[in-house]
Design a protein around this ligand. Structure first.
Ligand code: TYD
Ligand code: MG
Length: 457
């Protein structure tokens, strides 16, 4: 009998599936990304029989009151940041995807977690040799007597090893290197990723073993095949950071077992990743003398309050068109803030170059940073320092009004904890606030003009 195969076209950028080839992906608008992949092969009957047998096992409905809650079954690691991003430890039977750019430290993070735990762990790496992993492990001081390393890339062999070893945690580095015989496509293709992830998911649910999957991200910053993977897994974590700086952020993007707003902060050192319990200290560089163009914002990263330094430079434009250069912030938002300052404050930025930088290579999209940015711009424009003991937390509206921001109490407490003496907030935030509770002076402001007159004139 002729071998029947079924194939489909997949966008290699976002994972969109289509029955026919298309020039432009309707989902992510990229051109020339469709590749034909075999999604079903009919020749491995034996395997299929096995597989269908597994699927045939019927699941009967159960009364909700009779289901034992599994909250108590979490594995708690020594790494507080990691526990926090997972919503309080590793949930048994859960499947967690960790994405991030190459070289950011995904393998280091999971190897480190594996070394810190005392459970039997299987770390499968198709990316590195056993010797390379050993060398990496030697840099990290912890050791786990029951950590097994495998460099297997075939799913069938991997499951044989799992059967023998019965690990309590499975780590896969990375999903793009695994190959399943059920699919006739190369490793890393969308249909392979989909099939391997589906098998791992089934394994996690059936065996109650937590599975961590590392996934590379493509140039747009998505985990390859994100649409497929993200809804197949329970938790999606993103490991991010700037290669020029040592700190790294582990961010929860989706979590079925906890909040999706959590972040964990680390510092990459020569002997592994170190937890950072007080990120603000790392991010504020201005410590001894005040400089113009610097203002401190009380922002939130996820649910964590963090004080961040904003640096601005406003200087006369020498070459024709004035430049607007930003790192870590949205350029359009900067243009809007400049327009507000021009219109409401009468300051001319039209013939000035403007450079804006969020210290530490962070990217901030919390609107509460608006006020600190405007103050940094004003400070550089007027060449007047913002006093070092004050910080800011308010969004700025189009007419220069200060708007309320969320979780103001948390921001104020963090500023107070770090020794700031004054915080500027919107007067709309102040209404619901009990200012007597705090030792820090709270300045309630309605409009940008009041700040300008108070600080820079
Ligand atoms: P890695 O975990 O290999 O990144 P990924 O798996 O995300 O591709 O991280 C590698 C980088 O981390 C590499 O540039 C070396 C650096 N590193 C340290 O600085 N200290 C360490 O202890 C280790 C193990 C790695
Ligand atoms: Mg790696």
């Amino acid at each position: 009998m002729a071998i029947k195969t079924k194939s489909a076209f997949f966008c290699q950028n976002c994972g969109f599936e289509s029955p026919k080839w298309q020039g432009k992906c309707p989902s992510c608008d990229q051109w020339n990304t469709f590749v034909e992949e075999v999604i079903e092969k009919n020749d491995t009957k034996e395997n299929w029989k096995d597989d269908t047998k597994k699927n045939k096992r019927e699941n009967f409905p159960v009364l909700i009151s009779e289901i034992a809650a599994s909250e108590g079954k979490r594995i708690i690691t020594n790494d507080l940041e990691f526990n926090r991003t997972l919503g309080g430890g590793i949930v048994r039977g859960s499947i967690v995807l960790i994405g991030g750019e190459p070289g950011i430290g995904k393998s280091t993070l999971l190897l480190q977690i594996a070394l810190q735990l005392k459970n039997r762990i299987l770390y499968v790496s198709g990316e590195e040799s056993e010797q390379q992993i050993k060398m990496r492990a030697e840099r990290i001081s912890d050791s786990n007597a029951e950590l097994y390393i495998s460099t297997e890339i075939s799913m069938a062999h991997l499951f044989n090893q799992i059967k023998k070893l019965q690990p309590e945690i499975l780590i896969v580095d990375s999903i793009q290197t695994l190959m399943s015989d059920f699919v006739d496509a190369t490793a890393g293709s969308i249909s392979q990723i989909k099939e391997c992830a589906a098998q791992l998911q089934r394994y996690a649910k059936e065996s109650d073993v937590p599975v961590f999957i590392i996934g590379h991200i493509n140039k747009e910053g998505y985990i390859a095949g994100p649409k497929i993977l993200e809804h197949m897994v329970d938790t999606v974590l993103q490991f991010e950071g700037d290669h020029h700086y040592t700190h790294r952020i582990l961010r929860t993007i989706k979590n079925r077992f906890g909040s999706s707003n959590e972040i964990g902060i680390y510092k990459m050192e020569s002997d592994g990743l170190k937890q950072i319990n007080n990120p603000s200290e790392l991010l504020i560089t201005q410590k001894d003398e005040p400089l113009s163009g610097i203002a401190i914002a009380a922002t939130l990263e996820g649910l964590r309050p963090m004080l961040i330094e904003v640096q601005a430079l406003v200087s006369p434009a020498v070459y024709g068109n004035p430049q607007r250069t930003v790192t870590g912030f949205d350029l359009r938002r900067l243009n809007m803030l400049l327009a507000v300052l021009e219109k409401r404050g009468g300051l001319q930025f039209g013939n000035k170059d403007v450079f804006l930088n969020i210290a530490g290579g962070l990217k901030v999209d919390d609107p509460a940073i608006d006020l600190a940015i405007s103050c940094a711009l004003l400070s550089s424009f007027e060449d007047v320092n913002v006093p070092m003991n004050i910080c800011f937390a308010a969004e700025i509206g189009l007419s220069g009004e200060l708007r309320a921001v969320n979780r103001i109490e948390q921001r104020i407490s963090e500023a107070e904890k770090l020794g700031f003496e004054k915080i500027y907030i919107s007067k709309h935030n102040a209404k619901s606030l009990n200012a007597k509770k705090y030792n820090i002076e709270i300045k309630e402001v309605g409009k940008m003009e009041e700040i300008y007159n108070g600080l820079f004139v």
